[in-house]
Design a protein around this ligand. Sequence first.
Ligand SMILES: Cc1cc2nc3c(=O)[nH]c(=O)nc-3n(C[C@H](O)[C@H](O)[C@H](O)COP(=O)(O)O)c2cc1C
Length: 209
Amino acid sequence: MELLENLKWRYATKKFDFGKKVNDEDLEKLKEAIQLAVSSYGLQLYKVLIISEEKLKEKLRTVSWDQSQITDASHLFVFCNYSERNDKHVDDYIKAVSDIQQTPMEKLEGYQNLIKQSLGSKNDDEWQSWSQKQTYLAMSNLLTACAELKIDACPIEGFESEKYNEILGLGQKGLNACVIVPVGYRSNDDHTQFRKKVRKPMAELFEMV
Ligand SMILES: Cc1cc2nc3c(=O)[nH]c(=O)nc-3n(C[C@H](O)[C@H](O)[C@H](O)COP(=O)(O)O)c2cc1C
């Protein structure tokens, strides 16, 4: 299974080669992999910013624990969850289902109400947590797609979310920077690439019932 080999090849890249850039064709494939991510009800409650502008990356590095991956990577993917509940997310989704799957809106009304009811029952903290979980699933697709394309990546939570929201003007769009992923190519002198993977043994990780 080639996927397993790719997953063994990938690692959380600590040092990127600044001179190597991801080409447009591969970038489109990565975007499509994110687009195809699973999400609860299919709502995709997130937006992804892809930043390649060097000055902006430099600014973001200062609020990302000065991690060099932010500036050295080819592109910085900023996964943002929608921070506020809004029935429009549901209405837009149902409209898309109706258009794409050629189903009359009336037939989807029950489902539409059920989703709204379920979302409405969440308090603010539950909403944040839930919409962020969806966002992480999309991020995971990016990491897997990168591995298949032999593109390096590093998932990063070590950044100041509030500062990202300010710098990127996310608040006014109802968005919140949730997790980020610099993407590019490993530097030859990134020694972490030679470290053995540390994972729990199968017997500890799984229980066959
Ligand atoms: C949500 C998340 C946040 C992470 N944050 C950081 C980070 O801020 N900086 C970093 O260098 N690595 C970060 N990592 C990378 C992990 O440390 C790494 O994935 C883990 O140690 C397993 O190693 P591997 O990915 O090389 O197999 C993060 C990983 C995840 C999934």
